[in-house]
Design a protein around this ligand. Structure first.
Ligand code: SF4
Length: 436
């Protein structure tokens, strides 16, 4: 069917923050066509699933969501699958899921109307829409992700992303700043597959280290700027300083492991001692700095000693937040054929041990905040976040429901519930009403 004018669309976004940016961008292409967003998939004329293909678990979830939405959607609606799964397994998806009306790669046409616009009228090849540079509507929330580059130049052993997202392509600083302004959000979260490498693929105009002036420029536009996914070798002194200067001392370090031989098998830089040194440097400069990291458990060849080194590191580093992921054997990656694949039961035992250890560390750090006054940005009635919580990733601060979304208020932490905090008080935006 052809949808235009008063048609409705529904978008389900799975996976990582960068996928949310892609969803915002194609929403930006649907609105000018007169389509109206709806939260009700059953009422939509176009149902879009923006999938994630990162690991097997994510792919299973994507398929389940596609099938659920196929049951929910109304007769005659168009079911479109896009995102990483469409990009990586497009042909298989189209063959295996006859329920799906269209499988569309990055920047492809979502509606039939858009499809017609992409049909070439001359022999010259038509450029596909470049998602990175598409316009986005203003943010619906007080914070928003902004993607500064697409693709990755590294070759981490476990990761299939470069094979389907391609090499890194950094955006122009001017277009990033234009997007930041148009979003009208109080907090901007900068993302890319390898954020700190922003600019290295454009040595003449940008170059290595360009993330530093970019962060400064974004910080001049908004109240808060936060950075996600920092590869440790690119965390320079200049970058640490500029992050501390933004008043959001939040460091998301993509460490993945700490055992040097295992990191080399992962084709990654660094080791536990260097990471601890960097963490201690940051804490020396700003004791209140918040740290997050992710680790892969059960990478091929991970020995009992490697695991013990990671456990010791987690204890010593005392990070605020950590994510642990079981190794997933991805077709087309270097690690797929590596010897020493770790038994699934052992992998899950190691994962459980690390998760339990970190949960206790995180809970202790949250308990230590009881009685402190913190500044939170109100995301929605009843929910705020200080610099310590990245949206959709870390815990939240529960606040009085009367505090207005989009405002910054000072609250006092009264309780901790695992990763979440409960606060009282708060000065309303007009400054004269205090909630107790
Ligand atoms: S830095 Fe490594 S893990 Fe991250 S996207 Fe690039 S290849 Fe994948």
């Amino acid at each position: 069917m052809t949808v235009q004018g008063d048609g409705h669309f529904y978008v389900e976004t799975l996976g990582c923050p960068t996928n949310q940016v892609a969803s915002d961008k194609f929403v930006g292409t649907l609105l000018p066509d007169g389509l109206v967003p709806t939260d009700d998939a059953a009422a939509a004329d176009v149902v879009v699933v923006n999938t994630c293909a990162f690991i097997e678990e994510a792919r299973k979830e994507s398929i389940e969501v596609i099938l659920q939405l196929d049951e929910t959607r109304r007769n005659g609606s168009r079911l479109v699958v896009t995102g990483c799964m469409a990009e990586r397994y497009g042909d298989e998806l189209a063959a295996e899921l006859p329920e799906v009306d269209a499988v569309v790669g990055f920047g492809g046409a979502i509606t039939e109307q858009q499809q017609r616009r992409l049909i070439p009228v001359a022999e010259a090849p038509m450029p596909t829409m470049d998602l990175l540079n598409l316009h986005r509507p203003p943010a619906q929330r007080p914070w928003s992700y902004v993607k500064v580059a697409e693709g990755c130049n590294r070759s981490c052993g476990f990761c299939a992303i470069p094979s389907f997202r391609g090499s890194q392509r950094s955006r122009d600083t001017a277009s990033i700043l234009e997007e930041v302004r148009s979003l009208q959000a109080q907090e901007i979260v900068l993302v890319a597959q390898d954020l700190a490498s922003y600019g290295v693929d454009r040595p003449d105009e940008l170059g290595s280290g360009s993330i530093v002036p970019l962060v400064k420029s974004v910080a001049a536009e908004v109240d808060r700027v936060r950075l996600l996914y920092l590869y440790p070798s690119d965390l320079s002194d200049e970058l640490i300083d500029v992050i501390l200067d933004t008043d959001v001392p939040y460091f998301d370090l993509s460490l993945q492991h700490v055992s040097k031989p295992l990191l080399r098998r992962m084709r990654r830089w660094g080791d536990g001692d260097r990471f601890l040194q960097r963490i201690s440097d940051i804490r020396a400069a700003q004791p209140d700095a918040t740290m997050r990291s992710n680790f892969i458990v059960g990478y091929p060849g991970e020995t009992d000693d490697d695991h013990a080194a990671l456990v010791d590191f987690v204890e010593e580093a005392d990070l605020d937040w950590c994510g642990f992921f079981a190794f997933s054997r991805e077709v087309g990656t270097y690690a797929y054929d590596l010897d020493g694949q770790v038994d699934a039961n052992l992998m899950h035992e190691r994962l459980a041990e690390l998760t339990e250890l970190q949960d206790a560390i995180t809970a202790g750090k949250r308990d230590a905040l009881i009685g402190e006054m913190v500044t939170v940005l109100i995301d929605e009635p009843g929910i705020g976040r200080s610099h310590r919580e990245a949206p959709e990733i870390d815990g939240v601060v529960h606040v009085d429901a009367e505090l207005q979304a989009g405002s910054f208020v000072e609250v006092v932490i009264e309780e901790a519930w695992g990763p979440d905090l409960v606060a009282v008080g708060g000065v309303m935006p007009d400054g004269d009403e205090e909630i107790r």
